[in-house]
Ligand binder design. Structure first.
Ligand code: UDP
Length: 257
């Protein structure tokens, strides 16, 4: 049974990074290639889901959703609840890479600009000599190429498929293809490969620790201000909402198993 905090209708699990890794391993063992979905909701997700019913419904159907941002920590606090820790996408990604290095789980990296997933793979293989990355493909493709990508993934049958196409496209892509994908777990990963390939540098540890990574990213990628303008609206919505757990759409069908 999952221990979930719901913020404006979006369910997020009360888990640490280590627990998220352990749950992922359990899902791999139970899944038998049924493509369990793992998402990492942040404030942008929650706000997008208030307007996009399809995205809202997809987020209800994850087998695990990790608390990705300081905004979701605040969202829990406003309900007098708490997440044990924040799990930035790259931390979860690295936890799974370590588990693959230790236990041999096979991984496929889909997404990112040309050459980025390949470079991320090379860097990770240097750092984790036994990591089992069985395939990569960039994230810009047409419908015809998409069929070949799915064919390749299904030939390789990886335990974990990482998809980095930006939200909500990556979550919708996983959801729409989950019945044909022969993978145990699929998870959306945003810009993680860009960090692993060395294209973008993460904030210094101290900045991460005090929860200001969003500000660091904003300074380095000012275009993100357009995306982060939802933050004050999110806070206002939460402060004034009588029931902070309820979103615009109904969430009766949360996957609680
Ligand atoms: N991306 C992609 N295909 C697309 C759109 C985006 O592969 O059609 C990649 C893009 O190159 C980047 C990632 O998806 O690596 C988007 O990351 P974003 O910064 O949106 O995610 P965040 O880190 O904010 O979750």
């Amino acid at each position: 049974m999952r221990d979930i905090i719901t913020i404006l209708g979006v369910p997020i699990d009360r888990v640490t990074k280590k627990e998220a890794g352990k749950i992922t391993e359990e899902l791999i063992q139970q899944s038998k290639k049924t493509c369990k979905m793992i998402f990492a909701p942040n404030v942008e997700f929650i706000m997008m889901a208030q307007k996009d019913k399809e995205f809202f419904n997809i987020l209800q159907q994850s087998s695990l959703s990790t608390p990705d941002s300081i905004g979701v920590m605040i969202g829990a606090k406003l309900q007098k609840k708490f997440f044990p820790e924040r799990i930035p996408g790259q931390s979860y990604f690295r936890e799974i890479i370590e588990l693959s290095n230790k236990n041999g789980y096979s991984i496929y990296l889909l997404g990112g600009a040309q050459g980025i997933a390949q470079k991320a793979k090379q860097n990770l293989e240097k750092e984790f000599p036994k990591v089992n990355i069985v395939g990569v493909h960039e994230g810009y493709f047409n419908e015809e190429e998409e069929k070949d990508i799915i064919k390749e993934i299904n030939n390789l049958k990886p335990n974990i498929l990482f998809v980095a196409l930006g939200a909500p496209r990556q979550e919708k892509w996983i959801f729409n293809h989950r019945d044909e994908l022969k993978v145990d777990v699929a998870t959306g990963q945003g810009g993680t490969y860009d960090y692993e390939a060395g294209k973008i540098r993460r904030a210094p540890k101290i900045v991460q620790k005090i929860g200001m990574e969003w500000f660091w990213r904003l300074c380095r990628q000012p275009k993100r201000i357009i995306r982060q303008r939802v933050l004050p609206i999110y806070l206002i919505k939460l402060i004034f909402a009588k029931d902070k757990t309820k979103g615009r759409f109904s969430n009766e069908d949360i996957n609680t198993k």
